[in-house]
Design a binder for this molecule. Sequence first.
Ligand SMILES: Cc1ncc(COP(=O)(O)O)c(C=O)c1O
Length: 413
Amino acid sequence: MTLDRIWLPYCQMQTAPPPRVASRTEGVRIYLDDGRHLIDGTASWWTACHGYNHPHIRWAIIRQLECMPHVMLGGLVHEQVITLTERLTRLLPGELNRVFYSESGSVSVEIAMKMALQYWINQGVSGRTRFLSFRDAYHGDTFAAMSVCDPEDGMHRLFRGALADQVIVDLPRTADQVRTLERTLDRHAGQLAAVIAEPLVQAAAGMKFHPPEVLAQVAEAARRHDLLLILDEIATGFCRTGTLFACEQAGVTPDIVTLSKALTGGSMPLAATVATEDVYRAFLSDSPQHALMHGPTYCGNPLGCAAANASLDLFESEPRLAQVANIESQLKNELADCAKLPGVADVRVKGAIGVVELQGRPKVSRLREQFVEEGVWVRPFGNVVYLMPALVIESEDLSALTHAVCRVVRRAA
Ligand SMILES: Cc1ncc(COP(=O)(O)O)c(C=O)c1O
């Protein structure tokens, strides 16, 4: 079979080099079919937080596979989803205790947005059909999720006109931006169902960070305008930014939170949209039409839930937050040299995320090839070279990644 029959994500199939064939993964390494291996700096799009192929997760999936790979969640539940729900609601802050499952981050965002819309409809409030989101945001590739992504620099400018018209402003980092947010909310609050944001790290649209006070400011503004707050913790959740959930650092509990990626430790596709008791109550009535109108076929898949339970075991039994603190200080030390290189606009680190932002628009495909030649799997995008490795990475492997980043960036300059 020719490889170009596999239509790859975000890939110009005509010009991109053929993909490498991965034959197995272990720890922080991806083994290729040509005998080479690469140290992974991305944890496969930020999922494999415990390292690849962790035996505890693997065994949990195998046990579940033997008794029940899948059963529909319509009218039925199962032990894995019961346990997972109990654990997630215990771990999440505040009254986030009603969990709706799906299979991908984008879909969990769709569900969060639908929940917010229907929350108002069910209470007889009409006209709240739009969302306020932020520049540099990324919430996924499905249509509602795309509509709340960055309108200019995001990957979805192409679809403008086909996407719902949302209200998009800058995150309030400066006094001016705070005033703009307030004025915008004053003007549009009656049309808005919710404010949606990525807490502390706007990841896939540029790896931009903001301090907890900015998030607290956003939450406060949403409250003052009687809007729901949706926080998308798909990238930030499960220790990545230095706390179990990023919103904890701002002391903010959203009305709805979305989780995925590290939820199953990079093994099975699973996502969760978790709402507060208050949001949930708006769906309770005698009317079937007030039920949440969503139901993915693989909702609450037992293999995914078993993997997530095993992943949560590891978060409980192994020192992930201490590991993130070590990664953070090592990234700060070892990427600092990059800041002095010509062509580097910024170097920033937050938790287990290290970012080198370049000036201008580098040829990303060339950089990616150079990283493979260096024996590492690092996937720059836009003008950003970043590391988001497994949280269990050993310091020598992390050094191999940071040194490769410094060398490739120096050559690019
Ligand atoms: C913050 C955030 N939300 C949503 C998504 C979409 O998740 P998925 O790719 O699983 O659909 C991503 C993916 O990178 C993300 O980073």
